[in-house]
Design a protein around this ligand. Structure first.
Ligand code: UDP
Length: 477
């Protein structure tokens, strides 16, 4: 197998632009922290390694955070390892098992270990060419975990950052950890998104808890006025338009225009929702743990027809996410369920895939969808952190989400959104969405508090400060 480690280009962004959002005192603290981090890092570089440059939370997080790290003078970079279908099937299986779900029926035995190691061996030479003794190498998730030993031997300080986990271990998560533990156990440090994810065997003195963050100025999150939001969604084919919508150019985060020329693929699921209908939105990868079919059934069985609301389930084009081999099957399942709905329900439920070939365009469409949503849902069965929730909170949208994983760190029930104690309870899901559609003042209050929470905890300065505290324990000049 020919594999190649790719370098993702990371621009530097001036952190000063955060000041308007975080205020002068917090900005000053951030300047001091990053100056100290720069001094303690000296010539060390911070090299991140994951397995996809687009799609999903880890790519989103690296894309949002690393430009600010560069902007404060830290030499942060991003490498993407390669693998074949078998590797990604195994790592997807690991991903599911660490979450405590079975996923596919496959095993994680000697043959899988051999295939996993073989792929990482093929990436190793490229990787070792790119790292220097003293570098800090941050390996993300199970895909990159098996590079720990090689990077340490090359003289790097290795952090394994795990974005997934489960609060209470079960037999599946034990199986996942049995597979991974030998690869990561000797890492210099571990990072988990929440304390409850730290597995029993991990040495707590080497473990930090760091939640992710979003970039408020990215194409995904920057402010869009209502008219532009509407125009984007009409152009993308996600909202009905009276006439053929005109071509549209929206400024990219760097100010250059992004000319929208890609439409969402609405998968022959009928005419788009009317622009004035309340729209319930879930944007997620086509992954069973996101429970798109559950959202559909909950909506149809407990809300259908209520206030003429429509539902949009939107995910990436299924050939677009390199390390997510199950997405095609999950999308097909959703389409199958949609085909069985009554004609009235089919009219109000919409499925769509977004093309990933121009990341700014797809991010702009997601931004507009989240901003237009009357309610954003994230009815995940398990979740690492749930950046889609952070994104919705930042956009001041009312959220209904499951109390799983990091979602519970972002929302307290009835304070920043509504939480479902049992993600499989479709009645409770329907009631929560209905409440937010009906009670405008509650929806507004939760959304405002959600925005404040996202501002306080999940912007890049907080993220980098938490990293700086970890680096301080690892790297002396
Ligand atoms: N996302 C996207 N397009 C899609 C589906 C998801 O841009 O069609 C983004 C979403 O906006 C978020 C990330 O992918 O930024 C998903 O992160 P999250 O933590 O919610 O879940 P993960 O995919 O990591 O399980």
């Amino acid at each position: 197998m020919v594999v190649a480690v790719r370098q993702v280009q990371v621009e530097a962004l001036p952190p000063d632009r955060l000041q308007a959002l975080i205020g002068p005192e917090r900005a000053e603290r951030f300047r001091e922290t990053t100056a100290a981090a720069r001094a303690s890092l000296g010539r060390r570089r911070v090299i991140n390694v994951n397995s996809t440059a687009r799609g999903g939370g880890v790519a989103e997080l690296l894309e949002s955070l690393l430009p600010y790290a560069r902007g404060v003078g830290i030499d942060a970079s991003w490498l993407v390892i390669d693998g074949g279908p078998e590797f990604f099937e195994i790592t997807k299986r690991l991903h599911n098992r660490i979450y405590g779900v079975r996923g596919d029926a496959g095993s994680l035995g000697g043959a899988q270990r051999a295939a996993y190691e073989e792929t990482l061996r093929s990436n190793r030479a490229d990787l070792l060419d790119l790292i220097r003794p003293g570098d800090i190498v941050v390996l993300h998730d199970p895909q990159a975990a098996g590079l720990t030993d090689a990077a340490r031997r090359a003289g790097a300080i290795v952090i394994w950052r795990c974005h997934i986990g489960r609060d209470a271990p079960n037999a599946y998560s034990d199986e996942g950890w049995d597979f991974l533990r030998p690869y990561v156990e000797d890492a210099d440090a571990y990072v988990f998104s929440r304390a409850a994810f730290i597995p029993r065997w991990a040495d707590r003195t080497r473990t930090a808890t760091i939640p992710p963050s979003i970039d408020p100025f990215s194409a995904k999150n920057r402010a869009l006025d209502p008219a532009t939001t509407l125009a984007i969604l009409q152009f993308a084919g996600l909202l009905a338009a009276a006439a053929d919508p005109p071509a549209l150019a929206v400024p990219r985060p760097d100010g250059s225009p992004v000319r929208l020329d890609r439409r969402a693929d609405t998968l022959a699921t009928g005419p788009a929702p009317p622009a004035d209908a309340p729209l319930v939105v879930q944007v997620s990868r086509w992954d069973r743990t996101k429970d798109m079919p559950g959202v559909m059934h909950g909506f149809v069985e407990h809300l259908d027809g209520h206030r003429e609301a429509h539902l949009a389930l939107v995910g990436p084009a299924v050939d677009g996410v390199e390390d997510d081999p199950e997405s095609g099957a999950v999308l097909d399942e959703c389409l199958g369920f949609w085909g069985q709905l009554s004609p009235g329900a089919r009219r109000r439920v919409h499925l769509a895939c977004l093309p990933l070939d121009d990341p700014d365009q797809q991010a702009t469409i997601v931004n507009a969808l989240q901003r237009h949503a009357a309610v954003v849902t994230q009815k995940s069965l398990v979740e690492g952190f749930g950046l889609t929730v952070t994104e919705a909170l930042w956009k001041q949208r009312p959220v209904v989400a499951s109390r799983v994983g990091g979602i519970g760190d972002q929302i307290r029930d009835h304070e920043q959104g509504l939480l479902l104690d049992d993600p499989a309870d479709l009645t409770a899901f329907g009631a929560a969405v209905r409440l937010l559609l009906d009670d405008h003042s509650l929806a507004t209050r939760l959304a405002e508090a959600g925005h404040q929470r996202a501002r306080a905890e999940f912007l890049p300065d907080r993220h980098l400060e938490r990293y700086a505290a970890l680096f301080a324990t690892l790297a002396e000049p």
